[in-house]
Design a protein around this ligand. Structure first.
Ligand code: HEM
Length: 125
């Protein structure tokens, strides 16, 4: 059964499932491994997972615990290109489709596409 509402629990599932796919992807895993390592159970990964769960909660509810600067760390990642963002979006889309009903999945797809476009524009790629 697909979820019909967005909760902290299913956002955590979204984030963990997404990064499990990311770490298996040969194109984009190196960017994450360089900053956070290979082990999703490690402290840096657990912090990242909590941060991103809060990020998506805040985006989807219009309020929440995330008050960081989402773009800033991406400036420190060398070699980012359009292809990497396309892969990121492909993995994110396939994850939201498995968790949420179509309406909600579409909203995540729209929001993530807009953010990815903004990031690429800011990076000049
Ligand atoms: C190829 C594309 C991307 C790559 C390789 C990437 C990689 C990363 C990495 C390695 C970090 C951790 C940086 C650190 O802690 O030093 C990070 C943080 C983050 N990413 Fe991405 N990212 C990508 C696209 C995106 C997109 C499209 C979004 C949003 C839709 C996003 C949202 C975030 C957020 C919210 C953080 C945490 C920012 C903070 O510290 O407050 N990323 N990303």
């Amino acid at each position: 059964m697909l979820d019909t509402e967005i909760t902290k629990e299913n956002l955590n599932k979204l984030v963990v499932t997404f990064y499990t796919k990311v770490l298996k992807d040969e194109k984009i895993s190196p960017f994450f491994i360089e900053k956070l390592g290979k082990d999703m159970k490690s402290e840096p990964w657990q912090k990242h997972i909590t941060l991103l769960t809060n990020f998506w909660y805040t985006i989807s509810h219009g309020r929440g615990e995330y008050n960081g600067s989402p773009f800033a760390p991406h400036l420190q990642i060398s070699g980012l290109n359009q292809e990497a963002f396309q892969t990121w979006l492909k993995l994110f889309f396939s994850t939201v489709e498995k968790i949420y009903v179509e309406d909600i999945a579409n909203k995540f797809k729209e929001r993530s596409s807009i953010i990815a476009s903004n990031f690429m524009r800011n990076l000049g790629i």
